[in-house]
Ligand binder design. Structure first.
Ligand SMILES: [Zn+2]
Length: 268
């Protein structure tokens, strides 16, 4: 057993006994780990107030070889993300992002980019409120990180580059399809994949988001209501394809985020 110190994000907290928790983390190395926090709920526990969902912490833990729970020794809260505690719609978005990470990552795999993406998305929801753009940006970046990036530059069937002004472009789960290939498919071509219409403005935003893993691009994109619904549908097709189904948490999070008053979904 070795002792390890790392920054980590809290993805899930579950009760383990009357006084203990199991916490699932995404470490700064991009590894998903689970730790037992013994006595977390005892009145004088050093862990009280030192971690919470979607917070960033400095974690010191005893690492066990092989599968199973590691043991947390110390934890200090670094990023409380109090904006998420005040805006339950934004909290819903963070919950779905966490669900997506938990269901598409495995213990033992490492990639610091995953940590960066999760932290960026949590920060965006914390400071920007319930902006669905943060969720869509994360989905696109996370799929890219997993190696399932949709092809957005050229037709996935004939490989013809598609310019920004092309008007007849369609969307399959593997990426864009040009109008000519879509027409061939409609008249009895080989593929049976359902195609969806993709407008040039939506394609332009997808290209911008896919190219940029930093928060600035997402934070400065303000989508119209129509665009938001299109991203919901198009990225939903992608997620459903890679996770075998659209997770309920996605439907609930996006509904929550667009319900309520004002574009920001403030919970006041
Ligand atoms: Zn084509």
């Amino acid at each position: 057993m070795t002792i390890v110190k790392t920054h980590a994000l809290v993805l899930r907290i579950t009760p383990y006994s009357n006084t203990s928790h199991v916490v699932v983390w995404l470490t700064e190395a991009g590894e998903r780990i689970s730790t037992l926090i013994k006595g977390a709920l005892r009145p004088k526990s050093d862990f009280l107030g030192q971690y919470g969902l979607f917070c960033g912490c400095e974690l010191l833990y005893y690492r066990r070889d092989g599968d199973g729970l590691h043991i947390a020794r110390e934890c200090a809260l670094l990023e409380a993300r109090t904006g998420l505690r005040r805006n339950w719609r934004a909290f819903g978005g963070a919950s779905y992002i966490s669900h997506l990470i938990l269901n598409t990552s495995m213990e033992g795999q490492r990639d610091p980019l995953g940590y960066h993406l999760a932290q960026t998305a949590f920060d965006a929801l914390d400071t920007g409120g319930a902006r669905q753009e943060a969720v869509f940006w994360f989905e696109l970046q996370w799929l890219k990180h997993l190696g399932f990036s949709p092809q957005l530059q050229q037709c996935t069937r004939c490989h013809r580059p598609l310019g920004a002004r092309e008007t007849h472009v369609l969307w399959a789960t593997e990426g864009v399809v040009c109008g000519a290939c879509a027409d061939t498919q409609r008249t009895g071509g080989p593929s049976s994949t359902a195609l969806a219409t993709l407008r040039p403005d939506v394609l332009a935003i997808l290209r911008r988001w896919q190219a940029q893993p930093d928060a600035h691009v997402m934070a400065t994109t303000q989508c119209s209501e129509r665009q938001v619904l299109e991203f919901d549908r198009l990225l939903g097709m992608l997620i459903a394809d890679h996770m075998d189904n659209t997770p309920e948490s996605r439907k609930i999070a996006l509904l929550l985020m667009r319900s309520g008053f004002g574009a920001n979904g403030s919970s006041k």
